[in-house]
Ligand binder design. Structure first.
Ligand SMILES: *Cc1c(COP(=O)(O)O)cnc(C)c1O
Length: 391
């Protein structure tokens, strides 16, 4: 006989999922109702309105895709890219690479604009690529590169694309809720996010938002969208206005209860206070880790407060350290990805998990485990540095 599954309670300070606010877990355990029930339709409308506020947009087509962040990415690309379209993808980490892969799979032609991993996308390089490729239809980039802990200047990149009449696709999976996302001020055309990062919700949904320009590009396609499930022409029939909703797929009802509660929590805190909280806890963690002798790989003005990429001390087996943190302290931090594998740890301070208790736990647990391995660190300084950072 199998037993019920009872996971150990962990502290999630990796690149996602992040700790889920208990209020959200309670919301998700409420009774399931039909996905065309009038009460459910009211919930859907509230989710749309709160997502618009969170993305800071008036875009009508602002909905959660019923699958994780990667499906939001795929939704934007499969709907906007037609065979033969030229798409500039700015790559400065893992997720830009996935964008390029999406373009190719849907028959588009990729122009890759590369920046060093650990640096922001250079607007000048995008400008040069746009000059060289005047027939570009779409510009795509990652606002918050979770693989490196870098934030790029979305306003500047979108403005360059707009000046050439290109559509933009912006990955906001890790930024939404943690740092400012303002689609309307940026003039972005398509953006996608995820529930499991700074929204502190369970993984499995991907909020997206598309401008009128993007919607009309989709309606005027000359070829059908290559995915049935992600075809927004069909999805809009279910998430559209009014009470007349056509069955498309069965919405993940309880997951949407969770997203609704996550957005209520964010609205109550307010976006500005949430961004400021992410900054404050980042500064405290930085003070603690730097006092210990670790350093950040990203230049200060390009750093993401919710994802801290830090160096690994000389001679340390980084995987063993992460395993000890998990076993002894129930603390999860992330490994390096791609070009940074084995070179950095990625410490998340996302959403509900971005709090002073976690900052202290992480610094102290890391100090204890690194000491066990005789790593060359400065001991006994982190806690004081963190306390001073909080003032
Ligand atoms: C996590 C992440 C994704 C993918 O989201 P999933 O929910 O894992 O599918 C995409 N882009 C970025 C920048 C991410 O951090």
């Amino acid at each position: 006989m199998h037993q019920s599954f009872n996971p150990t309670v962990r502290t999630l300070m990796g690149p996602g999922p992040s700790d889920v606010n208990p209020r959200i877990l309670v919301a998700m355990s409420k009774p399931t109702i039909g996905h065309l029930d009038p009460e459910f339709i009211r919930l859907m409308d509230e989710i749309k309105a709160m997502l618009q506020a969170t993305f800071q947009t008036k875009n009508e087509l602002t909905i959660p895709v019923s699958a994780p962040g990667s499906a939001g990415m795929e939704t934007c690309f499969v709907n906007l890219v037609e065979p033969g379209d030229k798409v500039i993808v700015c790559q400065n980490g893992v997720f830009g690479g996935r964008m390029a892969d999406n373009v190719k799979r849907f028959g588009g032609e990729v122009v890759l604009v590369e920046d060093e991993w650990g640096r922001a996308v250079d607007p000048q390089k995008l400008e040069d690529a746009l000059t060289q490729h005047p027939d570009t239809k779409i510009v795509a980039f990652v606002h918050a590169e979770t693989s490196t802990g870098v934030q790029s200047n979305a306003a500047a990149l979108c403005a360059l694309a707009r000046a050439r009449d290109c559509l933009t696709i912006v990955d906001c999976v890790t930024s939404l809720g943690g740092t400012e996302v303002n689609l309307d001020a940026w003039g972005a055309d398509a953006a996608y996010s995820g529930t499991q990062k700074c929204l502190s919700c369970a993984p499995g949904l991907s909020p997206i938002s598309l401008s009128e320009r993007a919607v009309s590009a989709i309606k005027n396609r000359t070829t059908p969208v290559a995915s049935w499930f992600l075809d927004l022409n069909l999805v809009m029939g279910y998430w559209g206005e009014g009470q007349k909703r056509a069955y498309h797929h069965t919405a993940p009802v309880n997951a949407l209860y969770g997203l609704h509660e996550a957005l209520v929590i964010l609205e109550q805190e307010t976006l500005a206070v949430s961004w400021e909280r992410h900054q404050r806890n980042h500064r405290a963690l930085k003070a603690g880790l730097e006092a210990m002798g670790l350093s950040f790989i990203v230049p200060e003005d390009e750093r993401l407060p919710q994802l801290n990429a830090v160096t690994i001390p000389e001679g340390v087996d980084e995987a063993q350290v992460r395993q000890q943190l998990l076993q002894q302290y129930n603390l999860e931090i992330g490994a390096g990805l791609g070009a940074l594998a084995g070179k950095v740890w990625r410490i998340g301070l996302m959403g509900y998990a971005s709090n002073p208790k976690n900052v202290l736990l992480c610094a102290n647990a890391l100090e204890a485990v690194l000491s066990q391995y005789n790593a060359p660190i400065h001991k006994g300084l982190a806690t004081g540095a963190i306390e001073r950072a909080y003032g």
